[in-house]
Design a protein. Structure first.
Length: 335
């Protein structure tokens, strides 16, 4: 187990040029998490070190067994509270009864989850801040591969954010995209209840948060204190919907698919999957829905919510309408 935690984390911290003093004493994973994450994404060179380390860990038979078992367990129980995962994981990994009062039992699972958060296999923000465990879309590709032998190349999920590796025709039926659809429909769910869900379109710029409009919208949410009340979602072809927090993870930062390439068959899939996600996941978690979308995405979105019992407010998608978007969001969260 320690191979997956202290040794792995210290090696990663060292390679990313961070202070090693935390590793020489008791390793405090949370205390350096944010700087570590910034280090991973700061350059392609550093990201490649992170990628190589994951491959190195998976090449160790015992580590691979632990990770496969853990991903299978987490995928089967879905997003959940961290403490509720402990006894399930412990008994699956060690075939023993879990005793909450024993620190050694809790510590074994905590070390594993710390490691998976550092490896971005589970969402580190949810884990360290909200004490929840949710697989990232990247790790779901690995789970799918280990469980069913498909997608055939799971390491594509470690591609540096912004590198386009998914392109061409009929992307809705690409094996990696279909795995993401499976993740979205059968596993993912919003974990934190907020007042409003804001839907905006995908962008040719990857990762999507770096595009001009998203930088502007994120700035508005920060400036007016709306981040705690509004969850952001990207309406995307071919991924259908991207929770904004996962915009740097595979495949959200790795595709290029212009709306003009969407076939009539893909369009039906688009609408049907978006409807299902909104009905089953979004409508049950938010009091208000706001959508600011250009013409093509607006039509898809409105077809998807047609007949659903949801309250949705439309704001045109244009830089000149950003003040109206701000006023709409402020009004909705204050009602």
């Amino acid at each position: 187990m320690k191979t997956l935690t202290n040794i792995m984390a210290c090696e990663l911290v060292n390679k990313l040029d961070h202070d090693m003093r935390n590793c020489k004493k008791k390793y405090r994973v949370k205390s350096i998490f944010y700087s570590l994450l910034r280090g991973i994404y700061s350059s392609k060179r550093k990201y490649m070190l992170y990628k190589d380390l994951i491959k190195k860990i998976l090449n160790v038979k015992q580590n691979k067994r632990i990770i496969i078992t853990t991903l299978n367990v987490l995928a089967s129980i879905g997003p959940t509270i961290k403490d509720e995962v402990f006894p399930i994981l412990y008994e699956k990994l060690f075939s023993e009864s879990f005793h909450w009062g024993k620190e050694i039992h809790r510590d074994k699972v905590r070390r594993l989850l710390n490691a998976l958060a550092l490896l971005l296999f589970i969402d580190p923000y949810e884990y360290f801040i909200d004490k929840k465990v949710i697989l990232t879309s990247m790790s779901y590709v690995y789970h799918h591969h280990f469980q069913w032998g498909n997608p055939s190349n799971p390491h594509i999920a470690l591609t540096f954010p912004g590198e386009i590796v998914l392109r061409g025709n009929n992307l809705f039926f690409n094996e990696h995209v279909k795995t993401y659809h499976n993740y979205l429909i059968n596993y993912w769910k919003p974990l934190k209840r907020k007042i409003s869900a804001l839907f905006t379109p995908c962008s040719s710029v990857k990762p999507i948060p770096r595009s001009f409009m998203n930088v502007k919208i994120d700035g508005i949410l920060r400036k007016y204190g709306l981040e705690g009340y509004v969850d952001r979602y990207i309406v995307s072809e071919p991924l259908v919907l991207i929770p904004y927090r996962f915009a740097y993870y595979f495949p959200a930062a790795h595709y290029d698919y212009h709306p003009s390439m969407v076939s009539s068959k893909e369009r039906r899939v688009y609408v049907e999957l978006l409807r299902k996600v909104i009905e089953d996941k979004i409508a049950r978690n938010y009091d208000r829905i706001v959508y600011s979308l250009p013409r093509f995405h607006k039509r898809i979105f409105e077809e998807a919510i047609s007949g659903l019992d949801v309250e949705a407010v439309y704001v045109p998608y244009n830089v000149y309408y950003l003040p109206k978007l701000k006023e709409t969001l402020l009004r909705l969260v204050r009602e």
